[in-house]
Design a protein around this ligand. Structure first.
Ligand code: ADP
Ligand code: MG
Length: 484
């Protein structure tokens, strides 16, 4: 049987760290990278007699997420204790939500490129998103033979976002994750830093013969923290499962670990069932009640979401869908673009070309993102302004741009210092043209005899004679007149 006879079924669970100032049930800080065990207080550790108090900002961020994916927000939800033993969980239980999560029944639309210039939209269901606390971390390096425990992360607020098993390939899984990642960063509820573990994914994968209804047995690959690893882990798992079944074996429901060095997954433990966790409502925490007013207030303060922004960039600025997508890929980039359009007075399309091509290209080479751009939006607008008022040509503007990137100052400083002001004085341009024509009698004769493409030669020579400073429109027009 070939692989074309098989279909993958995938559901993702994403743990997303909420960017609150303090922990979900205590006042301890959650800043990443602090000295081990300096940011965990008795509440995070569940010491006897302590009482957790829910962080209101975490609830607000969870509701913000739910509204952005058209989900239902529970009017009343409950925290539950999920019991398991692990050294990085000294309490012996994690406070999570079980039967009554705060968010349920949402969806996210992903775009799939199924050919050049062909995109289909697919809706992925979001079963639920619940609030919970993160555990600490076990450190296996630098402790020769022992394991270090850092409890700084214990009690960090998370939402776990659980998708329906609607995903059918590794590529769809990556498209879903990227979309979700973009969304939570846009919403300002998560910093999105995948290396630091702020956004990590468990991938549930099963396979079934094409045409069958029933799902196969799934495995769950834990804590994959980059888009590329998710893709590799899922692809590996699909292959592995097909091979096992075709060889007459059966898939065991289990938890697996992905090894980035080999690109393989391996069994970690057999899958626990919900009843192994002995869930029960946490008696120390009150149910959370979200009133209509509370939800409405959050709804009305939602920022413009990526899709709406993209549609607006197309309709208001007349951009292509492609450019609009690029420029709205992050909220910061979109704000930069809008600031440049407003401050430069240049055509929105011109601004888009410069930012999407020149600026993003340069930043990419520097390995920086828009927030670290050596040229701020105002400075960038200053450059485009000098093109709009024809002080410099588009060609010279590229040189000024390079100089700005190199930190040589503002566009005006550079234009001044390098004497780059465009020549619009027609008599100076005519003088350059006359000179070039006089020096190239052979080319002139050939041009007159019908070699039209020599026109470009004269443009080039005259431009060179003015050190590239001649106004290109004027130069073209005057040259045409001369060569008539
Ligand atoms: P648990 O909490 O034990 O991991 P859930 O029922 O909450 O189990 O499901 C977790 C994830 O697994 C969800 O994203 C769901 O879509 C996905 N899933 C469920 N069944 C399958 C299956 N047969 N194949 C692939 N994914 C599945
Ligand atoms: Mg799970």
């Amino acid at each position: 049987m070939s692989h074309a006879d098989w279909e993958a079924v995938i559901g993702l669970e994403v743990h997303c760290q909420l960017s609150t100032n303090s922990k979900i049930f205590s006042g301890a800080a959650i800043a990443y990278g602090a000295e081990p065990n300096t940011q965990a207080c008795p509440i995070d550790l569940g010491m006897p007699g302590v009482l957790p108090v829910l962080n209101g900002d975490a609830v607000k961020k969870a509701v913000t997420f739910g509204l952005s994916v058209d989900a239902e927000i529970a009017r009343r939800c409950v925290f539950a204790r999920k019991h398991y033993f692990y050294p990085d969980l000294p309490k012996g239980y994690q406070i999570s939500q079980y039967e009554l999560p705060i968010v349920a029944n949402g969806h996210l639309d992903i775009e799939l490129e199924d050919g050049p210039n062909s995109v289909t939209v697919k809706r992925i269901g979001i079963t639920r998103a619940h609030m919970e606390e993160d555990a600490g971390k076990s450190l296996h390096e630098n402790f020769s033979g022992s394991t270090g425990i850092d409890l700084n992360r214990a009690g960090t607020p998370l939402i776990e976002i659980v998708s329906e098993p609607d995903i059918r390939s590794a590529a769809e899984a990556v498209a879903y994750l990227k979309k979700l990642h973009q969304l939570v960063v846009y919403l300002g509820i998560c910093d999105g830093n995948m290396q630091e573990g702020s956004f990590r994914c468990d991938a549930n994968v099963s396979v079934r013969r094409r045409g069958t209804e029933k799902f196969g047995t799934r495995t769950e690959t834990k804590n994959v923290n980059s888009f590329r690893y998710v893709e590799k882990a899922i692809e590996y798992e699909i292959e592995r499962q097909i091979e096992v079944i075709e060889a007459g074996g059966t898939i065991v429901q289990e938890t697996r670990l992905f090894n980035p060095d080999t690109g393989e997954t391996r069994a970690m433990r057999s899958k626990e069932n919900a009843n192994d966790y002995r869930y029960f409502p946490d008696p120390d925490l009150l149910p959370v009640v979200c009133t209509e007013d509370y939800i409405d207030a959050i709804r009305s303060s939602l920022p413009e979401l990526p899709e709406a922004k993209r549609a607006r960039f197309v309709s208001v600025f007349g951009l292509s869908d492609y450019d609009a997508k690029t420029l709205t890929s992050s909220r910061e980039l979109a704000a930069y673009y809008e600031a440049v359009v407003a401050a430069s007075g240049a055509e929105p399309k011109l601004c888009a070309n410069w930012i999407a091509t020149d600026l993003l290209g340069a930043l990419n080479k520097l390995g920086k993102d828009i927030g670290e751009s050596p040229i701020g939006a105002d400075a960038f607008a200053g450059l485009l302004k000098r093109m709009v008022d024809k002080t410099i040509s588009g060609k010279i503007a590229k040189d000024v741009f390079e100089a700005m990137l190199a930190g040589e100052g503002s566009a005006d400083d550079i234009i001044q210092a390098k004497g780059l002001v465009q020549i619009t004085d027609e008599s100076a341009i005519i003088a350059a043209i006359d000179d070039v024509i006089a020096k190239n009698p052979q080319q002139l004769a050939d041009f007159r005899a019908g070699k039209d493409r020599l026109f470009g030669f004269f443009v080039g020579q005259a431009m060179k004679a003015t050190q590239g400073k001649a106004n290109p429109d004027a130069l073209n027009r005057l040259l045409k007149e001369k060569l008539k």
